[in-house]
Every structure is written in C-alpha cells, then in structure tokens.
Design a protein around this ligand. Structure first.
Ligand code: NAI
Length: 300
C-alpha cells in the first residue's frame, strides 16, 4: 500500500458514494494509497460509523506494516484518515472528483436517479463507476451522457482484505476509461481482471449458480448440509462449503440476486427460484447475521 504505487494512477481525487459495508472499504483503500477521498452517504450516522471502522482497520494495517515503529504507524493512520472527508450531498462532493465510485443500495431506480444528477454536475473528465454486484453496468449507464466514461469496478467484501477487483467494460466504455480504471485498481494494490458486462461478471456468475445447485442438492435430500460442505472442502479444496458460504453471504442476498437474474433470463435453469431458499428467507432465517440459515449460529 505504499503511496508510490498511487503514482501509477492519474486519479487523485475519488468520491465514494454510499458509506456502508463496501463504500467504507473502498474509501479506506483509496486513502491508504495516498488519494484524496470524499465519502458520501445520505445518513450522517452511517458516515460516523464508517469513519470509526476505517480508523480501526487502518490501525490494524499499520501495526502489520510498521511492527516495530509505533510513530510511523500512528503517522500512517493519521495521514490516511486526514485524506478522507465525509459529506451528505453527493452532488457538491463530486465537483472535484476524477473518479466517482457508486456503492449505494442495489436498486436500479435509485442508482439511475443518482447518476442522472451527477452527470449534470461532475466535471467532463470525471469517470463514473458502479460497484454493483448483480445489475447491468450498461443499464445503469443508460441515463448518463458520458457513456464512454462509465464502467464497473466490482470489489469484494471485505474490501481491504480481498485482493481481486473486477474491472467491467461496458458496451461504450472507452479504452482510455478502461485503462484509467485498471491503473486505479492497481494503485490500490488490487489484482485486476477484465470482464464484459454480463450477469455476475466472473466471480458471481460462477459462485451464485454453484451455491444454488448446492441448495437444490440439499433440498432434494441427496446429501446432508454438513456432508455437502465437507465434500467441497475436502474434495475440491475450497476453503468454505457452499452452504456455509450461503449463510455467510446472507440467504436474502442469494435470493435477491437469483430472483433478479431469473426475471431477466427466465429460460436459464440455473437461475430458477428455489423453494427451500424462499422458505428460509420468509422465515427470517438469513444465515449468520440472524443466527440461523442452513446452520445455527450464536448471536453476537
Ligand atoms: P450497504 O447497505 O452496507 O450500504 C449502502 C449505503 O448506501 C447505505 O449506507 C445507504 O445509507 C447509502 N445510500 C443509499 N442510497 C444513497 C444515495 N442515494 N446517496 C448516498 N448514499 C446512499 O450496502 P453494501 O453491501 O455496501 O453494497 C453497496 C453496493 O455494493 C451494492 O450495489 C452492492 O450490490 C454492491 N456490492 C456488495 C457486496 C457485499 O458483499 N455486500 C460485494 C460487492 C458489491
């Protein structure tokens, strides 16, 4: 995360919209890389929470990098934190941005409203990117004029830990925009892969149907949940089994993505609704966060 890496990117001022789980992580890694960040959320309590958690995370990172040097460690945290401003007004916060990364709710109408307004106010050179997991980047971009300066930057949770960044080229993303997005991702220390704007990009296009197939296998009674998970850990070398992973991600999130894709691609068997998944969600059994999904968890 040395700041010299940030020299590779022409992007110096980043506005991150949405201060939740993903947005706060994106703000952190950009600030660590030496960039000026404005983190925006409609809710100022969320911004306060984000600043606190970024501070704690940076403290942990600093301890690792500067093991025997508490002074340098403190400097790293203070300097990185000083690079992050917060705001509740996305429009004024985007007036000096080279890059706007959107990480708000996964709802196409809300994203459209935001980008339509941003397009009017942001400087001409500003690149827009969405961190969407399951929506189409082209569809989100459809409301802006700068379609050549629009792409997908799909991070993974937790952002400071997960090394991958999927850089999504929309149908009209220009070569210059694509290169800037790749350079920016590398400046954060991420490994970037490129993909087209297709449902789930690479990781979720493979992972979501895989989890869905595991749920169907369990639903049919072909094997127990525990045995399915053991099988994939010991037989395929995966660190987590698919049902454990489903519980960790949240069964509501799995259902939300599957339902969205099913609506758009009704013929695709892999995206078909799963009665067991729908039942668990309707019973409020959403996985780790509610204390029960395919397994039971102690509530925190
Ligand atoms: P979250 O619910 O933790 O955070 C979203 C934040 O956006 C909330 O704090 C909310 O107050 C704020 N917000 C909503 N509308 C807004 C607006 N118009 N202007 C400013 N702020 C607004 O959600 P999370 O999990 O961080 O997801 C955000 C985006 O990232 C979604 O598009 C999601 O699909 C995507 N994503 C999520 C991943 C995950 O593991 N949670 C992984 C990769 C992408």
């Amino acid at each position: 995360f040395s700041s010299s890496l940030a020299l590779q990117s022409a992007i110096k001022n980043v506005t991150v919209i949405g201060g939740g789980l993903m947005g706060s992580g994106i703000a952190q890694v950009a600030a660590q890389a030496g960039q000026n960040v404005t983190l925006v959320d409609v809710n100022s309590d969320i911004l306060a929470k984000a600043q606190k958690s970024i501070g704690n995370n940076l403290g942990r990172v600093a301890k690792k990098i500067y093991k025997d040097n508490p002074q340098e460690s403190e400097k790293f945290v203070t300097e990185s934190m000083n690079r992050i401003k917060t705001a509740t007004d996305a429009l004024s916060a985007s007036q000096t941005a080279d890059l706007v990364v959107e990480a708000i709710v996964e709802n196409i109408d809300v994203k459209h409203q935001l980008f339509q307004k941003l397009d009017q106010i942001a400087p001409d050179h500003t690149i827009f990117a969405s961190n969407t997991s399951s929506l189409s980047v082209n569809e989100i971009a459809s409301v802006v004029k700068r379609k050549d300066k629009f792409g997908g930057l799909h991070f993974f949770n937790p952002v400071p830990v997960m090394r991958l960044l999927e850089v999504v080229r929309g149908a009209e993303t220009s070569e210059t925009t694509y290169k800037s997005m790749m350079d920016w991702g590398k400046s954060l220390g991420k490994t970037c892969i490129t993909c087209k704007d297709t449902p789930g990009f690479v990781v979720n296009r493979l992972l979501v149907p895989y989890i869905a197939e595991a749920i169907r296998l369990f639903e049919r009674g072909d094997a127990s949940a525990r045995d399915i998970d053991i099988a994939m850990k010991l037989g395929a070398g995966y660190p987590m089994g698919p049902l454990e992973l489903a519980d960790y991600v949240g069964l509501d999130t799995n259902k939300f993505i599957l339902d969205g894709w099913h609506k758009k691609f009704p013929e695709e068997q892999l995206f078909k609704p799963i009665p067991l998944l729908n039942k668990l969600v309707s019973e409020g059994k959403l996985g780790v966060k509610t204390g029960e999904g395919f397994y039971k968890y102690e509530k925190k």
